[in-house]
Design a protein around this ligand. Structure first.
Ligand code: SF4
Length: 721
């Protein structure tokens, strides 16, 4: 028996885990009390680290046409399936879908980009367009880089306005904040307040100082009402960054038509409360507006995400302690550089002519690209750690489309609703056998820190590392010999060392290719040891020697060095946002008498892939349709009885839960369920399959600036089943 420490890889919170290891099994997991960031916090998912690692349904060997095969056989089958498609139809006939867990692995952080470059396909899709793409686009416009995202400085703020987010259950997103609930309680304990705006009285809302119901998808009206008030009542004060912001008067002009009294009906928040929020944000010593899934996965997702930061900027809360700030991750540098700005639409999708955003196309159009004949029709698909058949809109249609592909390969540990269609499944090693560093989430942390976790268990002889799998696929797609991943590992290290003097190259340490790449990034990064020149600086060895992480202090102001806009300022208004504001203005007069569907999150769920652990699905059925008492009465629905829900895309039957936690006019169904498809190997999930909410979501409706799917605010009809 021994103890090992590692970062939890399951969500964005990046908690430290203390694992009990018995031989080659992880037998227990609890919070690491000495961890510099999470201080012992853990949620039920992290506590299941061992159960997920040793899940009997996890694939241990590749599958070729559904039967277990050797790794050589599997790679031969992938080569035999992919190469003819590439040679006959070209790179765009091969699409790739990247699931959310890629942002939680080192292989995802280091080996996906080379794979995409080798692929050269326009058909790149990911979970980003059913999640946070609007935030990338709005930050790209404002700051010149879609990956530069300010996070709420929750530990120092006095007032927080939370829109469409439920961090009590999700533990935060686009804001890495282990123990988000504890941080919100601390905010209240030091005399601060937080207000939640949400169509559901979530767990977070029930702990808030105030909860305001809002009609789904209308947060942009509320936020424009706040902006209008800030200008109208002379409350705009940009603070220390005033000289580095351009376009303030254009924002005032855009907000002119959104007086609180004009938007109140559309969003359902009283005008005096909208004005009150504007005054509170302006008056607080430090305040932060934080918007998440409910502000992104809606028709006006980009403009809503933009307005979140516009309010932060106009109230002087961008880049100041207690406001919203830019983290500085250890693998990144903080050099000032004039940027070229951000643009979308470098190419368009073939069928619906939707613009590329951040190198990818909206996953809402993947089925179009597979089903529609013609040049560059998608004929083969790679999925990596993804389950788009459950997690993308009109998934019934995508399920049928994927079944008709010429060839499909999935890198995935599970035979799930998507990978059951794959000709070849390549299962990577489990999390306990790979090192962990959060390339994505240390750049979103509410306090700067560094942590690296070496593998807890030794590698399995017969199972290639995930970096090796992706490297071999990259070589294969490039038409190079692919039986050995080493040439790509060597090439990536050479590229990483390009700016490092040759005499320092032998100082790079690490037992694994990913560790060596990380060591180079850490040593060259903002806190790095410059390959020995700064003995106090960071390197891989130092992180290994500090298994509870290294605290790098509170967030610090980073404007202007963080900006990459052409002007070197925060550019508040760009032409696409002006056009989108006109569309939003027109939507003010829409009728709002539809019943609309929203999703919801549960502490023991993480999208679609944590339902195969008994402890995470036990208890009462969580996949219910929440309906308000008023709607249940009007539609003759009975608590506990099934109801039929129909949208443009499909129909499901689901058990009704009558509750006043949803506002009238809104029904709520969680996502990630629907584990009753034949041909999967999810024996626990199949015992409580639930209903797939994405049968109802509509692939034809997207946020036009980001291509993000609309997963909240879906018009539905409802009747007793
Ligand atoms: S909150 Fe997230 S990171 Fe922390 S233990 Fe739970 S799943 Fe893991």
């Amino acid at each position: 028996m021994r103890t090992a420490y590692r970062t939890c890889p399951f969500c964005e919170a990046a908690c430290g885990l203390e694992l009990t290891v018995d031989g080659d099994r992880v037998t227990g997991a609890r919070g690491d009390r000495e961890h510099v960031f999470s201080h012992g916090f853990i949620c039920p998912k992290g506590a299941m680290f061992g159960q997920l690692t040793h899940d009997p349904d996890r694939l241990r060997q590749p599958l070729v046409d559904g039967r277990e095969a050797s790794w050589d056989e599997a790679f031969d089958a992938v080569r035999a399936g992919l190469r003819p498609v590439l040679e006959r139809y070209g790179p765009h006939a091969l699409a790739i879908y990247l699931g959310n867990p890629n942002t939680h692995t080192m292989s995802g952080g280091l080996y996906i980009s080379p794979l995409l470059r080798a692929l050269g396909s326009r058909n790149v899709y990911s979970a980003s367009t059913v999640d946070q793409m609007p935030k990338h686009v709005s930050c790209g416009y404002l700051f010149g880089n879609p990956l530069i995202i300010p996070v709420p400085d929750v530990d120092r703020t006095d007032f927080m306005l939370i829109l469409g987010a439920n961090p009590w259950e999700s533990n935060g997103s686009l804001a890495t904040a282990a123990d988000f609930p504890g941080r919100l309680k601390a905010l209240q304990a030091r005399g601060g307040r937080f207000v939640v705006v949400d169509p559901r009285r979530t767990v977070t809302a029930s702990h808030a100082d105030e909860h305001l119901f809002i009609r789904p998808g209308t947060d942009a009206f509320l936020l424009f009402g706040i902006v209008h008030t800030l200008f109208g009542e002379d409350l705009v004060d940009l603070g220390d960054i005033a000289g580095q912001v351009s376009g303030v008067s254009s924002v005032r002009d855009l907000a002119a038509d959104f007086a609180p009294e004009l938007v109140a009906d559309a969003c359902g928040v009283p005008a005096d409360r909208i004005r009150g929020l504007a005054r509170e944000l302006a008056a607080a010593p430090a305040a932060a507006v934080y918007g998440r899934i409910g502000t992104c996965t809606v028709e006006f997702g980009t403009i809503t995400s933009w307005l979140v930061d516009v309010v932060n900027i106009l109230t002087g809360n961008l880049d100041r302690p207690g406001g919203v700030m830019f983290p500085l991750a250890p693998h990144l540098t903080d050099e000032a550089k004039r940027g070229r700005g951000f643009r979308t639409g470098r190419w368009h999708s073939r069928v619906r002519h939707l613009p590329e955003v951040k190198g990818e196309l909206p996953v809402a159009t993947l089925a179009d690209e597979i089903e529609t004949p013609g040049e560059e029709q998608v004929r083969a698909l790679i999925t990596i750690a993804g389950n788009p058949v459950l997690s993308t809109p009109n998934s019934g249609r995508l399920d049928r489309a994927v079944a008709g592909l010429d060839f499909m390969v999935s890198v995935d540990p599970y035979l799930n609703e998507t990978t059951r269609h794959a000709d070849v499944v390549l299962p990577p090693t489990d999390a306990a056998r790979k090192g962990h560093y959060d390339f994505s989430f240390l750049a979103l942390a509410v306090r700067n820190f560094a942590a690296y976790s070496p593998p807890v268990l030794p590698p399995e002889e017969s199972v290639p590392d995930e970096c090796d799998i992706l490297a071999r696929l990259t070589l294969m797609i490039s038409g190079q010999p692919d039986t050995d991943a080493a040439p790509l590992h060597d090439l990536l290290l050479q590229q990483a060392l390009q700016k490092v003097p040759a005499e320092l190259h032998d100082r790079v340490t690490g037992d694994h290719p990913a560790e060596r790449l990380l060591d180079v990034a850490l040593r060259s990064g903002a806190y790095g040891d410059r390959f020995g020149a700064d003995p106090d600086g960071l390197n891989l060895r130092k992180l290994i020697d500090n298994p509870h992480g290294i605290d790098l202090g509170p967030l610090r102001p980073r404007i202007p060095s963080v900006l990459r806009t052409p002007s070197g300022t925060v550019e508040l208004v760009v032409p696409p946002l002006v056009l989108e504001t006109a569309r939003l203005r027109a939507a003010l007069t829409r009728r709002h008498d539809d019943l609309v569907l929203v999703g919801r999150r549960h502490l023991r769920s993480n999208n679609s892939w944590m339902h195969n652990v008994p402890a995470l699905i036990k208890g009462r059925d969580r996949c219910t349709l929440q309906v308000s008492p008023a709607d249940a009465d009007r539609l003759s629905l009975t608590d506990g009885e099934p109801a039929q829900v129909t949208s443009r895309a499909g129909t499901v039957t689901v058990r009704v839960e009558i509750t006043d936690r949803v506002m009238p006019g809104v029904v709520s169904l969680p996502h990630g369920w629907g584990h009753d498809a034949p041909g999967t190997r999810l024996s626990v999930a199949a015992t409580a399959p639930g209903v797939n909410s994405n049968i109802l979501t509509d692939e034809l409706v997207i946020d036009p600036l980001s291509g993000n799917s609309v997963l909240n605010g879906i018009p539905v009809e409802l009747k007793p089943a």
